[in-house]
Design a protein around this ligand. Structure first.
Ligand SMILES: C[S@@+](CC[C@H](N)C(=O)[O-])C[C@H]1O[C@@H](n2cnc3c(N)ncnc32)[C@H](O)[C@@H]1O
Length: 252
């Protein structure tokens, strides 16, 4: 394994805090990277770096530049409502869910909540009145920028939370014990990483909520994920489908 390329990929500020294992996984399956290892031709190395970064941009959906510039300040002030508000507005997933959060916060009454690809969701739930005093929240995300902020937020607010920086496709779901598992706007990215991954989440114990964005980056309406409904139907899993604003939720 060539660690120089990993370091090179992570030189871009938006990828600096990514889970190494996730980046290595993408490198290892990249064709240009394989040619680079065989030939030691630098040109292939450069192509591999470019291609992996392009894929990461799809998977991680980086924040606007302002976020990275002000990251330390956001982290230091994350218990203040102005910082929370600003972050929820900067993050595409939470911004789009603004009007839906009261409904979602109300829906999550279970004790143990696992949030896969959590992003800043905990901030949105907290701001919208979710009571965490009787809950244990476990959040997973491959991006250290998100996990550091959310971990600090939970610490400052006294929320019983465990935030784990990890690639979801490496998690052993059999060991998970949550009452409810969330996969909000993350399955498209996980399918990009590992085709057919969604089938694995069906083995999780407890309830599940899966959502998909219905809005593209450019703001256009995008197709629903009929493939996911077919997957549930094929496994004879009864589900409820709820469309709220720009997001479709599957409860099962
Ligand atoms: C579109 S955001 C959604 C965030 C959050 N679930 C929400 O809806 O507010 C996708 C999140 O999944 C994370 N993510 C993508 N692929 C991941 C992976 N393989 N392992 C862990 N986290 C991942 C990204 O870093 C990002 O925070």
């Amino acid at each position: 394994m060539n660690m120089d390329l990993l370091i090179e990929i992570k030189k871009k500020r938006e990828f600096a805090k990514l889970d190494d294992k996730l980046v290595l996984k993408l490198l290892q399956r990249n064709k240009s990277y394989k040619k680079f290892l065989q030939t030691e031709n630098e040109r292939y190395g450069k192509i591999a770096v470019k291609e992996v970064r392009a894929l990461l941009r799809k998977i991680i959906t980086p924040m606007p530049k302002k976020f990275y510039k002000k990251f330390e300040s956001y982290k230091d002030n994350i218990d203040k409502s102005e910082a929370i508000e600003e972050l929820l507005n900067l993050n595409r997933a939470t911004k789009e869910r603004e009007k839906v959060y009261p409904w979602l916060a109300d829906l999550l009454s279970s004790r143990r909540i696992a949030d896969f690809g959590c992003g800043f969701n905990l901030l949105g739930l907290y701001k919208n009145g979710m009571n965490f005093s009787d809950k244990i929240y476990v959040g997973y995300d491959a991006d250290g920028y998100a996990t550091e902020i959310v971990e600090e937020f939970a610490r400052k607010k006294g929320i019983n939370a465990k935030i784990i920086k990890s690639d979801i496709t490496s998690i052993n779901f059999e060991k998970e014990k949550a009452d409810i598992s969330l996969f909000l706007k993350v399955l498209d990215a996980l399918e990009e990483l590992e085709l057919g991954f969604s089938k694995k989440i069906l083995t999780l114990k407890g309830k599940k909520i899966v959502s998909f964005s219905l809005k593209s980056l450019s703001g256009k309406k995008i197709r629903e994920r009929i493939w996911f409904e077919k997957l549930l139907q094929k496994q004879n899993i009864k589900f409820e489908k709820i469309v709220k604003e720009y997001e479709v939720f599957y409860l099962f």
